[in-house]
Design a protein. Structure first.
Length: 336
């Protein structure tokens, strides 16, 4: 059973090859597989129950996916001339589901595992999707801020996905830059050195864009950016669902309790538990944000009432951390 996520992920590869080489109905097979088949299998077997692969097989697969990630993106760009505009756009969406869903989860698994080599592989996974800040945002000081009001990548109570996506993307980018700059200064290194993860990513972006231009011209570059955007949405939808409304208990003076499994939603096991499978909830969050908020708000309130001894409800900032549970219930009741 632990190998099932690997098999489901690898199925993207032959589907992508058939779509890029033959077009036609195979073009629709990719998005259908990513948006219908994978959530259905997840509902039955709980593939995406956790934010990152847990087994040794799945962590090893993260390394295997590194060259696959590059091959998928460069193959997409190289198919620009044969597929044409509209077909290439559909293919880019399907490839983005793979690079975001599989590549994003693999990158996160490596970051959580820790170690310099794992982090380097995680960076490599984020370059083809133009998301080099991912490794910075989910590691080090930025990762330590997860599930706190200080973290722009932590969804707020009552916040829809697209509002979160814009805030997390732009504010999170600047926050990640500041964190990386602080790290470099603490180590006595220059911000303009290759020790800067952002600088390494920018160089990689330039090389990838040039490669896409050579392989597929302007359409190849367009395809690169479309798949990257889809990958960003997929990754951030997972982060949104995993952390929605959950905050660590404040200990005073700007400190919070240690980050633990109780600060992330799961589709299996103990609370906090999602009302559906992880992939299905991510789809609802992106396709019907208001419905997701209505489903989750009462659960967020119930979890905080159960877990926090003071029954302090979720809040959008430290200043509001003393809001009453009744006020939070009212907020959930009248949320869109």
């Amino acid at each position: 059973m632990r190998a099932l996520p690997v098999l489901v992920s690898l199925a993207f590869v032959p589907l992508a090859a058939l779509a890029l080489l033959h077009g036609g109905p195979w073009l629709l097979a990719l998005p259908v597989y990513g948006l219908v088949v994978v959530p259905a299998v997840d509902h039955v077997f709980g593939l995406c129950a956790q934010a990152a692969p847990a087994s040794r097989v799945q962590r090893g697969f993260a390394f295997v996916w590194v060259p696959i990630q590059f091959a998928l993106v460069l193959g997409l760009a190289a198919s620009a001339d044969t597929l044409g505009g509209s077909a290439l756009f559909v293919a880019a969406i399907g490839i983005g589901l793979a690079t975001g869903g599989v590549g994003g989860a693999s990158a996160f698994a490596l970051i959580v595992r820790g170690g310099r080599f794992n982090r380097a592989a995680a960076e490599l996974l984020t370059w083809p999707i133009l998301y080099g800040s991912f490794a910075v945002r989910h590691g080090g000081e930025n990762g330590a801020r997860a599930a706190t009001p200080k973290d722009p990548a932590t969804p707020r109570f009552g916040e829809g996905f697209y509002g979160y996506f814009l805030r997390s993307t732009f504010i999170g980018l600047f926050a990640a830059w500041d964190a990386e700059e602080e790290r470099l200064h603490a180590e006595g290194r220059s911000t303009l050195s290759l020790s800067n993860a952002f600088l390494r990513a920018f160089i990689a972006y330039a090389v990838l864009i040039e490669a896409a231009l050579l392989l597929g011209g302007a359409l190849g570059v367009m395809a690169l950016f479309v798949q990257a955007f889809v990958a960003w949405v997929v990754i951030d939808a997972g982060a949104y669902v995993a952390r929605y409304g959950l905050l660590r208990r404040p200990l005073g003076q700007g400190h919070f309790e240690p980050l633990g499994p109780q600060h992330a939603w799961s589709a299996t096991g103990d609370a906090p538990r999602l009302p559906g499978s992880f992939c299905a909830m991510a789809l609802i969050a992106t396709l019907w944000p208001e419905r997701f908020v209505r489903l989750m708000n009462p659960r967020v309130i119930a979890w905080h009432a159960r877990y926090w001894e003071t029954a302090t409800p979720p809040a959008t900032s430290e200043e509001h951390a003393e809001a009453t549970l009744s006020e939070a219930r009212a907020q959930a009741l009248y949320s869109p």
